[in-house]
Design a binder for this molecule. Structure first.
Ligand code: A2P
Length: 337
């Protein structure tokens, strides 16, 4: 745990990025006891400022010496930075909460979603990981159903926003859209193809099996977080031209039959879940209404009539908040509680 104090020295590594900026915002909104904020980034943005609690705070370059006296270090500057610097930060005495994929499957690193497996915090050795955004929102919605009826298999298709790739991808969607509306020809840089007015069934690298790494994260991370190595998961992950908010079509097969009404009743009181399921009035979760919210929104709950014990759900969350920054700050809150 972190040594108890009235307020903490908190570093944000990747403070100028899409998730880093959200981390700083969430720290402020939730009144996390920050004594001093230490925004860190590459030399490119060192000397610039970020705003925190009404003051401009100077961004410093990340170096090996950045972590002296830091209590908590929130990392979101990509896997390479986390691989190199998380152990340095932990050795200097900070507790690292890492948003990248670098440490998630390490056997010495708890992978934590506070609504699902807060108990795993207890065995950290200086580095904790926050899961992939699409996994987080799925397990928040599914854990209460798993506890009730034991999920045996998950089939999931994701519709992931460009902010999951980072700020350059958000700029690319804006630029491409402008070019196309002027009947021009966009030149993709971040993605292998045009993302505006398109869908790319390609997130992270392809593996020899034909799956992408993103798709396999949804299997391995779900098993680790749920503490159940028997759950079968098959995923198709798709990048869509949405700025913020990931959507997921989730099909589950359970050991015991759950009716749609039972599932609704369970999810209506589940931590971190907002049931939003009134299709008769065209009310269902959408990225446009969920962006900026903390909860994981669930709707379109219906029984899968093709199998005896199946359910379909539509799950949407703000990938920058619950999918990344908020989950990391919630872990920090548990650490200091
Ligand atoms: P910088 O703005 O200086 O490039 P995003 O995921 O939105 O693209 O943001 C990535 C974040 O990670 C940014 O804050 C970026 O800083 C930071 N970053 C990228 N590479 C490094 C690095 N080698 N050292 C420190 N910070 C880095």
């Amino acid at each position: 745990m972190v040594k108890k104090k009235a307020a903490y020295q908190v570093a944000v590594v990747g403070a100028t990025g899409a998730v880093g900026a959200e981390m700083i915002q969430v720290l402020k909104e939730r009144k996390f006891p920050v004594e001093t904020l230490h925004p860190l980034a590459s030399s490119r943005s060192a000397g610039g400022t970020v705003s925190f609690r009404g003051a401009d705070v100077t961004v410093k370059e990340l170096t090996k010496d950045s972590f002296a006296d830091i209590d908590i270090a929130l990392f979101s500057a990509g896997s390479d930075v986390s691989k190199d610097y998380a152990p340095i930060a932990a050795k200097a005495g900070a507790v690292v909460i890492d948003n990248s994929a670098a440490w998630r499957m390490d056997k010495d690193v708890p992978l934590v979603v506070p609504e699902v497996n807060p108990h795993d915090l207890a065995w950290h050795k200086g580095i904790l990981a926050t899961p992939n955004c699409s996994t987080i929102q799925m397990v928040v919605a599914l854990k209460p159903l798993h506890d009730e009826a034991r999920i045996q298999r998950i089939v999931v298709t994701t519709f992931q926003s460009v902010s999951g790739t980072g700020k350059e991808a958000m700029e690319e969607l804006m630029e491409e859209s402008k070019v196309l509306l002027r009947f021009g020809q966009p030149e993709p840089k971040v993605y292998p193809h045009q993302i505006a007015f398109n869908c790319l069934p390609h997130i992270d690298e392809f593996l020899p099996t034909g799956y992408t790494k993103e798709e396999m994260k949804m299997l391995h991370e779900t098993r680790k977080i749920m503490g159940d190595a028997t759950i079968r998961v098959t995923a198709t992950t798709v990048r869509v031209p949405v700025y913020i908010g990931h959507s997921e079509a989730v099909n589950i097969e359970t050991e015991r039959k759950l009716t749609a009404n039972e599932a609704r009743a369970i999810l209506s009181t589940a931590p971190g879940v907002q049931l939003y399921d009134d299709p008769a009035h065209a009310l269902y979760p959408m990225p446009l209404i969920v962006a900026g919210q903390d909860e994981v929104y669930v709707g379109r709950i219906r029984e899968d009539e093709s199998i005896p014990n199946g359910l379909n759900l539509w799950v949407v969350a703000d990938n920058l908040r619950k999918g990344a920054a908020l989950n990391a700050v919630q872990i920090a809150e548990l650490l200091v509680r």
